[in-house]
Design a binder for this molecule. Structure first.
Ligand code: FE2
Ligand code: FE2
Length: 490
């Protein structure tokens, strides 16, 4: 009994550890690399060993086994590369999930080929992958899972293969875009209906029975059972997606939108305890959203990340200018630039603690340190210089890391421009606003803050234009309309 309690405690501890947001993208460790390589080898063995069971075995059989083995190994490698390309911050856990699903499908093709047809084996994992890792990774996974068949004795109907590819591609493409659980449910109903109708039309009810009354769910070759099983497995997959999100740190669109709900306790606290920071956050959401749309980035990610980027200010709201009512500034009272710099850095450290406590996904938690990068706290550094304090400049820089993605870089730029744009004169011209934006962005560029973000010069130009558009909106909102006697408010 004690052993079970200890094991449960250990499991709970490991699970809690797995929720800790990490500052930088995870470098895949040697052990993880070894596990990934071993799974790839297993996939290759499962996909090819049947070719060695032919008797008598001749050289051409061994050669075709070797070809199939290498094909499976290289395909797994390409799949990992595609997933890394689409998700630069993909973790080793997610890669392990991706290839384990491939291993499971290859194994089930061997064991269950006579009971279940490929639609129910390939489409549900494609749904998980497209939701958690994107459409391109899912399409790559589907093509590998559909093309490598471990048992050469299994003959697949060409039309069925076509239906499988079309359905799996539709799920991959839509799964990467779907933004709510309700749409997922619709997909899990319409795809089986589509597969049922297309099988009926293309394969024909004469060649295959429409329904088997004895075995409704598991009758292979029966079109109705096939589609019913697909619907059941897809519904179960949707049910289990939140568990996959939690265990493998997957960030689906539905999860992002749930986190962006302003009624979430942490955001509610921000609006009540640090109203100035909350207002600043909302304006930054607008700026970052517009800029991300311009550079075709992940809008839902940047909006949610922006919402949580300054939650660390909850630890001491009145130490930040936007929450001060103008009466007294604690920084002036302590008159110690080093302490002030520590308070500023604390909004990042405490933010990460809040992220951990509230189990924010790593991709969202990354916005907390990366929006400040290694920026200099210029005001307090200047004060320290005035006081002739002998202290290194690095002490007045945030600990970083600098933005590692387009989205966190855009947030950093929006964060820098927000106060300047808000403070701008209502009568300022577009050119003046653009000039202010350009100066702030150039200073970040010159400081090396955008070096790891992959933002091109063209994209930076688009970001400036996007910020200008938002500024025009703000200005428009601030213009007071003349009221007349006959104003009807219509
Ligand atoms: Fe901040
Ligand atoms: Fe901020």
């Amino acid at each position: 009994m004690q052993n079970i309690t200890t094991t449960l405690k250990k499991l709970f501890y490991l699970w809690r550890r797995s929720q800790v947001p990490v500052k930088q993208s995870i470098k895949i460790s040697r052990i993880d690399n070894l596990i990934i390589f071993l799974i790839c080898i297993l996939i290759s063995i499962i996909s090819s060993y049947k070719l060695l069971l032919i008797s008598p075995l001749n050289i051409s059989d061994i050669f075709s086994w070797f070809l199939t083995f290498t094909e499976a190994l290289i395909s797994s490698g390409i799949l990992i590369l595609v997933s890394k390309k689409e998700n630069p911050t993909i973790s080793s856990r997610q890669i392990i999930l991706l290839i384990t699903l491939l291993l499971a499908v290859q194994a089930s093709k061997l064991v269950l080929a006579s009971t279940i047809r490929p639609l129910s084996m390939i489409i549900p994992p494609a749904l998980i992958i497209s939701q958690g890792m994107g459409s391109i990774t899912s399409l790559a996974w589907v093509s590998i899972a559909s093309l490598i068949w471990p048992d050469p004795a299994i003959a697949i109907n060409n039309n069925l293969f076509l239906i499988l590819l079309v359905c799996a591609s539709v799920v991959s493409l839509l799964g990467g875009r779907i933004r709510s659980r309700a749409q997922l449910l619709q997909l899990s109903i319409f795809v089986p209906i589509g597969s049922f109708l297309s099988q009926w039309i293309l394969i024909g009810k004469d060649k295959m029975p429409l329904i088997d009354k004895q075995e409704i769910v598991f009758a292979n070759g029966d079109i109705f059972s096939d589609s019913l099983l697909l619907a059941i497995v897809m519904l179960f997959t949707i049910l289990f997606i939140p568990i996959f999100e939690s265990i493998f740190g997957l960030l689906t669109k539905a999860r992002l939108l749930e986190l962006a709900d302003k009624e979430k306790p942490l955001i509610r606290r921000l609006s009540l305890e640090a109203p100035g920071t909350f207002e600043h956050t909302l304006l930054i959401c607008g700026l970052a959203e517009e800029a991300t749309r311009m550079v075709s980035g992940d809008i839902d990610l940047v909006k949610t990340g922006a919402l949580y980027h300054d939650v660390g200010k909850l630890h001491a709201p009145n130490w930040f200018i936007e929450n001060q009512d103008g009466s007294k500034n604690p920084h002036d009272e302590i008159d110690d630039p080093i302490k002030s710099a520590e308070v500023l850095q604390a909004h990042v450290d405490e933010g990460l603690k809040y992220a951990r406590k509230n189990r924010l996904p790593k991709l969202i938690a990354n916005f907390i340190p990366e929006h400040q990068g290694t920026l200099k706290m210029g005001y307090f550094f200047q004060k320290a210089k005035e006081k002739k304090l002998d202290i290194n400049e690095n002490y007045f820089r945030y600990k970083g890391p600098i933005p590692q993605s387009k989205e966190t870089a855009i947030l950093m730029l929006a964060d820098g421009c927000e106060a300047a744009l808000r403070a701008m004169n209502i009568n300022a011209s577009d050119n003046e606003a653009l000039d202010t934006i350009s100066k702030i962005i150039y200073s970040r560029q010159k400081d090396g803050q955008l070096d790891d973000s992959n933002l091109s010069k063209g994209e930076i130009f688009l970001i400036k234009r996007a910020f200008l558009n938002v500024w025009k909106r703000i200005r428009h909102r601030r213009i007071q309309y003349p009221t007349t006697k006959n104003n009807t408010f219509s």
